[in-house]
Design a protein around this ligand. Structure first.
Ligand SMILES: NC(=O)c1ccc[n+]([C@@H]2O[C@H](COP(=O)([O-])OP(=O)(O)OC[C@H]3O[C@@H](n4cnc5c(N)ncnc54)[C@H](OP(=O)(O)O)[C@@H]3O)[C@@H](O)[C@H]2O)c1
Length: 247
């Protein structure tokens, strides 16, 4: 299926996890991709894996000057689909976590997405789309995740507002993943990580946590379906209806 031939997707966060899986799907459907991330080496490696249809454009999404410099290298109308999975996340008990840590998360995951959407607008072709990525914590909070839930809720609100304001030129949607096996969780020791995946999976209607390819399919679907805008799509294994253990 080469139905996206001639289209270009810019994937902020395309060097790893869900973003990397999104890039693979776009390329499989004939599109070209521009991949970003903070670490230039990781971006280079991911583009190398995808071949000549992929271009590296590393920048830190929390740094407006870096966004502007990177996007200035693209011609107008260079992007059909803007996908933003990038963002630093953190959690901790509300009364213990340093406020500066939470501000840093907002700077990256929320303000980064907000700023990149603004900067990318002149570079986007009419008929294209934007997909933001939040997380189920926006509406089903977890302990020690109040800040992260707030960032995710802010992104979902932003997606709805932009869908109204930027249509009909562009569609805007948000995908809210549940827990997914990606390098995001590599900071945990393997035994703790597997225990977390097993416990969370057991609490879900589907009985397991997700794979990056499953979230990527949801992202590409809302990016390319011309009749979906202003929508928040949960790709979460049924997290929204799961039973929580009591404290
Ligand atoms: N995995 C989950 O269980 C889960 C659940 C719900 C929601 N989410 C959300 O899904 C999104 C994607 O997560 P993932 O699991 O795919 O994570 P991942 O595998 O760690 O990938 C994150 C990507 O974002 C880039 N990135 C991070 N901070 C950045 C910054 N400041 N500037 C530019 N690029 C940056 C990373 O590049 P560098 O490494 O070079 O910075 C990498 O390409 C995140 O927004 C996350 O909050 C994840």
């Amino acid at each position: 299926m080469q139905d996206l031939f001639g289209r270009t997707a810019l994937i902020a966060g395309g060097s790893s996890g869900m973003g990397r899986a999104v890039a693979g799907l776009f390329v499989a459907r004939g599109a070209e991709v521009v991949l970003t991330g903070r670490c230039a080496q990781k971006v280079q490696r991911a583009t190398g894996e995808l071949g000549t249809v992929a271009r590296p454009l590393p920048f830190d999404i929390s740094d407006t000057a870096q966004i502007d410099t990177a996007l200035s290298t693209l011609p107008d109308d260079a992007i059909d689909h803007l996908i933003i999975t990038a963002g630093h996340v953190t959690h901790g008990p509300f009364h213990e976590q340093d406020v500066s840590e939470v501000r840093q998360m907002f700077d990256s995951k929320f303000w980064g997405a907000y700023t990149l959407c603004r900067a990318a607008l002149p570079k986007m072709r009419a008929g294209g789309s934007i997909v933001l990525v939040s997380g189920v914590l926006s509406r089903r909070p977890g302990l020690n995740c109040a800040g992260l839930g707030a960032v995710c809720a802010a992104l979902e609100g932003l997606a709805r507002g932009l869908a109204l304001e930027l249509g009909p030129r562009l569609r805007v949607n948000c995908v809210a993943p549940g827990m997914v096996r990606t390098p995001l969780h590599d900071r945990h020791p393997e035994d703790r990580r597997e225990a977390m995946f097993t416990a969370t999976g057991a609490s879900l209607p589907v009985g397991r946590v997700g794979w990056p390819s499953e979230i990527a399919e949801a992202i590409v679907m809302v990016a390319t379906n011309g009749y979906i805008s202003g929508h928040v799509l949960d790709a979460d294994g049924g997290h929204m209806i799961r039973q929580y253990a009591t404290r």
